[in-house]
Structures are given as C-alpha cells and as structure tokens.
Design a protein around this ligand. Structure first.
Ligand SMILES: *[C@@H]1O[C@H](CO)[C@@H](O)[C@H](O)[C@H]1NC(C)=O
Length: 250
C-alpha cells in the first residue's frame, strides 16, 4: 500500500514536475505574445501620432472664427485655407486670364452667374429665434424666415459693377435694361459705397510684396500673394442648402 501510495506520490510529483515547465512555457509564450502585441500597438500609436502631427503642420487648423454679427448656424461652413491670389489683368507673360476676367461674354457671364446663383436664404422658426433680429416671414410659408447672406449680396454688387463698368468703357448699354437711369445711378452708388464698407470692415492686413525692376518705377507689386481665406465651396454649399425661398437677390 505504502509503495503504491509512494508510487502515486511519485507519479503525482512527476506530473507536477512535467506540468510546471509546460505551464511556465505557456505563460512565457503568453507574455511574449502580449509583449509583441503591445509593441505593435505602440508602433501603431506612434504612426498615428506622426500622421496627426504632420497633417496639423501641413494645414494649421485655424479655429473657425464666427464673428458676433454673423449667422450662428453658419459656424460650420467656415474652414480656413491658403489661397494664392490670381494677379488678374496685370499677369506677366502670356498667362491665360481666369474665368472671371475680361469683357462680358457668354463664358465670363456664366462664370459670374455660377458665383451669384444663390438667392434668399431660409431660416426655420428655431433658427429665427437665435437670429435675435426681426426679419420677414415668407407670405405663403409660415414658419420660414428670409435672410440674404452678405457674401451673396456683395458678389451681386460686384457683378453689377462689372457689367456697368465694362459697358461704360466700351460705350455700350448695360444689360440692366429694365432699370431706368434713376435706379441705375442709385444701384451704382449703393454698390460702390457698400463694397467700400465691406473692404474696410474686413481690413485685410496681408502684405503685398514688391519686386525690383529696371526702369521706373523701380518696384513692382507682386499680386500673387498667399492669403488666408474662408473656403468658398463650403460657404456656397451651405448657402445652396437653404436656397429654397424661390427669391433671388436683385
Ligand atoms: C437657387 O434658387 C434659385 C431660384 O429657385 C435657382 O434659380 C438657382 O439655380 C438655385 N441655386 C442653387 C445653387 O441651387
């Protein structure tokens, strides 16, 4: 009996002895797998961080700055980007004029029409409350309120001046034929003085750099200047999303 029990004990011992290294082996394997997993995870985290840092360095994300007088729900439409301005008109060499340049023609008119294709913007009752200022309710659609987005009105004004000034320079009549002279004079005066206020209001402090040149004057402005701008497509998309009033901007 005792020998059997001894045998059992021996066997038990033997089993424990043979089990111990294998469980240690398992543990070691688990540990090394875990270590590998953490190493991979660490690498992934480092890669993601590098990508994030590089992206933020490439496009420094300026916080969207919605001014207190602007439409609160437009905050999401603001994205800043750098834009190199087209020197326009004063391009050197044989650069092609951009789509908005030159006398009114079917092509230039189409380019301008696309900029000015958003009419009056519609607010719902909730948004109207947040506006904090009275505005007209659509006569046939109670609960819908009208506003015009400034940038759309301003572009309209510039388009009006474009047509009027080319017509004056070329001794032609404008295509604002339905307007009488009194109204035309008012419209011109409104647009010129309105856009003056817009430019002064925004007070763009971007420096225009100059180049030395032979002859007089010895310095020439380089209009190919990098500006920080609000992305236009995003604003246009936002304005188009509420272009449901059916009213254009006159
Ligand atoms: C905006 O609405 C007007 C009038 O309904 C329409 O003529 C114009 O094409 C619309 N513009 C856009 C960008 O949807």
């Amino acid at each position: 009996m005792s020998s059997t029990s001894t045998k059992y004990t021996l066997l038990d011992d033997g089993e424990e002895k043979s089990e111990l290294p294998s469980s240690r082996k398992h543990r070691a394997l688990r540990l090394s797998l875990l270590k590998q997993f953490y190493q991979v995870l660490l690498h992934l985290i480092v890669i993601v961080l590098i990508v994030i840092v590089r992206q933020s360095m490439a496009r420094p994300a300026l916080p969207a700055c919605l001014l207190p007088s602007e439409l609160p729900l437009a905050a999401d439409a603001i994205r800043y980007e750098t834009v190199v301005f087209d020197p326009s008109g004063f391009s050197s060499g044989n650069e092609k004029p951009n789509a908005f340049e030159g006398s009114p023609s079917p092509a230039t008119n189409a380019a301008w029409a696309q900029l000015c294709d958003v009419g009056m913007f519609v607010l719902n009752a909730e948004e109207y409350k947040r506006l904090g200022r009275p505005t007209a309710e659509l006569v046939d659609r109670p609960g819908e309120y009208l506003v015009t987005l400034e940038v759309m009105h301003q572009l309209h004004c510039l388009d009006y001046l474009r047509i009027a000034s080319y017509a004056a320079a070329e001794g032609k009549h404008t295509h604002h034929e339905q307007e009488n002279d009194w109204s035309k004079a008012k419209h011109l005066s409104h647009c010129i003085n309105y856009l003056r206020q817009v430019l002064m209001c925004h007070g763009d402090l971007t420096p225009i750099t100059l180049e030395r040149k032979k002859g007089l004057p010895p310095y020439r402005p380089d209009f190919r200047i990098t500006h920080t701008c609000r992305n236009w497509d995003r604003i246009h998309e936002f304005a188009s999303s509420r272009n449901t009033s059916g009213y254009g901007i006159a």
